[in-house]
Design a protein. Structure first.
Length: 274
């Protein structure tokens, strides 16, 4: 994309490292990076103020995200310069982007205005639109730094007890699978997390014991066992394709998030167990 001024062009394109996310309290700073250049008869030290609006695009519908704030004016320099914009995003906006993206690349649109500063004939301005495509990998990396990408904030204790550290690793893998749109794979990872939970909580024996009682007569441990065993049976439908039953199971993003959240919560309960 290039802004055409009288005798020269100011070009702007997304940088190879396109963005960073700086976490805040409910609102976060998205910084977008661009490479600029100039060709033609460029006035010496000619500065430009660039501003704009950021929109979500290519996600089924468009949506306004915020104002793009440039910190310093930029030259149209033949050797190129780095340009950055800051945009404030809320938790709700980030969650909405993730829901609409569904594991695909994130497509944004910048409506930009470049104004030539200090020109003899006033303040010449030019407008253009620029598409910004963020790969799933780069967006996921940014969300990891924000601690908002998983939609699940469960503190899971990491210990040296056999199986529990591995189960925590499986949770991290499940979160990545959700971001990449592999919901069945994420549910399968949630099932493997329960492999550490069930023996530690004596789940199978308590579950069998609970089945012989009326629901109102079951102990608290028996009720936890009912939850864990039922979750295990449900999540087992992801890695298995049993004829006539689990082969027909389908898994949505909401299913995967619920499965991973359930597994994470049950794993976190082990903190109080030896």
């Amino acid at each position: 994309m290039a802004f055409q001024f009288d005798d020269y062009l100011l070009s702007i394109k997304p940088a190879r490292h396109a963005l960073t996310l700086l976490p805040g309290w409910g609102v976060h700073r998205l910084t977008l990076f661009f490479e600029t250049g100039g060709t033609g008869n460029i006035p010496v030290q000619q500065a430009h103020q660039v501003s704009g609006e950021l929109w979500a695009d290519g996600l089924g519908n468009s949506g306004y995200l915020g104002q793009m704030v440039q910190r310093w004016p930029i030259e149209a320099h033949p050797e190129g310069r780095l340009l950055s914009f800051d945009v404030t995003l809320t938790d709700a906006q980030i969650m909405g982007l993730e829901k609409a993206r569904q594991g695909r690349e994130l497509e944004l649109r910048a409506n930009l205005t470049a104004v030539q500063l200090g020109a003899v004939d006033g303040w010449p301005g030019r407008e253009h639109q620029l598409t910004i495509r963020i790969s799933p990998e780069e967006w996921a990396k940014a969300l990891d730094g924000l601690n908002a990408g998983a939609f699940i904030d469960v503190l899971v204790p990491i210990t040296d007890i056999d199986g529990r550290a591995l189960a925590a690793q499986r949770l991290r893998e499940a979160k990545v699978l959700i971001r990449n749109g592999d919901y069945e794979g994420a549910v399968g990872k949630a099932r493997s997390v329960l492999d550490a939970v069930r023996p530690a909580c004596n789940t199978e024996a308590l579950y069998t014991q609970a089945l012989s009682k009326k629901a109102r007569d079951r102990t608290q441990d028996e009720r936890w066992a009912m939850l864990a065993q039922s979750a295990y049976a449900l999540f087992s439908g992801a890695p298995h394709d049993d004829e006539g039953t689990t082969e027909h199971f389908t898994w949505t993003r909401a299913d995967a998030i619920a499965a991973v959240a359930t597994a994470a919560g049950l794993l976190a309960r082990l903190e109080d167990l030896p």
